[in-house]
Design a protein around this ligand. Structure first.
Ligand code: NAD
Ligand code: UD1
Length: 349
């Protein structure tokens, strides 16, 4: 039984709610801080339904420094998993200040409060979107960074800030140095196998999997495939889709690593969380049709600006240093997405 308290920012969201389930099932005490700007409190009721345990919940913006400091004083967390952030690429191009304020300034406030509370263990939700375009489609952590939109740049800036915090401790030979894991997610999809929690996008989804699921259930009429003239075997874009439950298990392993001998002297390292295998848009549609028995109506549309032809992870470092690898395959991802979609056709209501 592990009595440690983990503070989860953004814990009511898609990935955060799945993390709460895994943490509670592993015996951690969980404190969620979320302003509910892109989520509903119902997700945490469902977490309780799955686990039989209730996370503490504060409806608080991470930029509210005093409120956050009070939560740290009251709850005494040992580690923070930082999911809170805005994540829509298109919106970030329209409203860059909103994204830099929420994501970057929010992280500055959070790390400031953590330092004052002497809590210097952090797992951060980064993204494969921080990488620059590469001639090799399999991305390794030491590839050059080069995000191409404000959302991606907000993640890259946060990574820089966190690396600098860690470097400052190293230079000062701090007795209690920052221990930070930057987890670069590839394409999280799927849902908890219970079908009680899942992705509940606002409005029309931007990402492929929720879009396909809403076409299958009849909420949307037709999927537009963004380009079929890429240099890939079937011409459509290839991505590394990862089951959200595998993804959140990577966070639990990261906490264990930060507590291990290898982080005794502190440090800040990036890890890819992906499967290492890519699937094309047409392969995803095919898998979805097979699992659901429903035809997916689609048309070929122009390429979406900013899209790469192919992108998948080299997940070897996470295996070596976090002792983590995925357990679920595409069939599980599609089955669990469909189970969530059919049980919650309107999302959380
Ligand atoms: P989500 O929108 O479902 O969850 C984010 C949560 O953070 C929401 O509940 C939202 O209300 C909360 N939040 C946002 N700003 C906040 C603030 N200032 N104060 C308090 N709470 C705030 O998104 P998600 O898919 O669960 O993503 C979680 C994290 O992972 C995000 O940081 C995202 O950028 C990152 N990420 C997501 C993906 C993906 O495809 N889902 C891929 C790579 C990285
Ligand atoms: C997108 C974001 C990326 C973010 C990631 C989170 C963009 C440009 N990039 O990446 O920053 O980290 O989501 O998971 O938005 N597709 C269609 N039709 C659709 C939707 C998508 O054909 O309606 C295609 C895309 O062209 C791509 C693939 O499906 O080839 C996956 O798209 P998506 O789910 O949006 O993920 P990413 O493009 O990898």
């Amino acid at each position: 039984m592990n009595a440690k308290t983990i503070l989860v920012t953004g814990g009511a969201g898609y990935i955060g709610s799945h993390a709460c389930v895994e943490l509670l099932q592993d015996g951690f005490k969980v404190v969620v801080v979320d302003n509910l700007s892109n989520s509903k409190i119902e997700s945490l009721n469902r977490v309780q339904q799955i686990t039989g345990k209730k996370p503490s919940f504060y409806q608080t913006d991470i930029r509210d420094k005093q409120a956050l400091a009070d939560i740290f004083a009251k709850e005494s967390p040992t580690t923070v998993i930082h999911f809170a952030g805005l994540k829509a690429v298109g919106e970030s191009c329209d409203k860059p200040q909103l994204y830099y304020n929420n994501n970057v300034y929010g992280t500055l406030v959070l790390t400031d409060v953590m330092m004052h509370a002497n809590v210097k263990q952090l797992v951060f939700s980064s993204s494969a979107t921080v990488y620059g375009e590469s001639s090799c489609p399999q991305y390794t952590e030491n590839f050059p960074l080069g995000a191409i939109n404000p959302y991606g740049r907000s993640k890259a800036m946060i990574e820089d800030i966190l690396r600098d915090l860690s470097a400052a401790d190293r230079n000062n030979q701090s007795k209690y140095p920052w221990k930070i894991a930057l987890l670069r997610y590839f394409n999280p999809i799927g849902a908890h196998e219970s079908g009680l929690i899942g992705e509940d996008p606002n409005g029309i989804p931007n990402n492929l999997m929720p879009y396909v699921a809403q076409v299958a259930i009849g909420k949307l009429k037709q999927l537009s495939i963004f380009g079929n003239d890429y240099p890939t075997p079937d011409g459509t874009g290839i991505r590394d889709y990862i089951h959200v439950v595998d993804l959140v298990k990577g966070h639990i392993n990261a906490i264990a690593a930060l507590n291990s001998e290898s982080y005794k002297c502190g440090g800040c390292n990036a890890y890819n969380l992906g499967t290492g295998k890519g699937y094309s848009v047409l392969e995803i549609i095919d898998a979805f049709q097979k699992v659901t028995g429903k035809p997916i109506n689609y048309k070929i549309a122009p390429r979406r600006s900013g899209d790469l032809a192919e992108c998948f992870a080299n997940p070897e470092l996470a295996l070596k240093e976090l002792n983590w690898k995925v357990e679920k395959d595409l069939h599980d991802m599609v089955t669990d997405t469909w189970n969530w979609q059919t049980k919650n056709p309107q999302g959380y209501i």
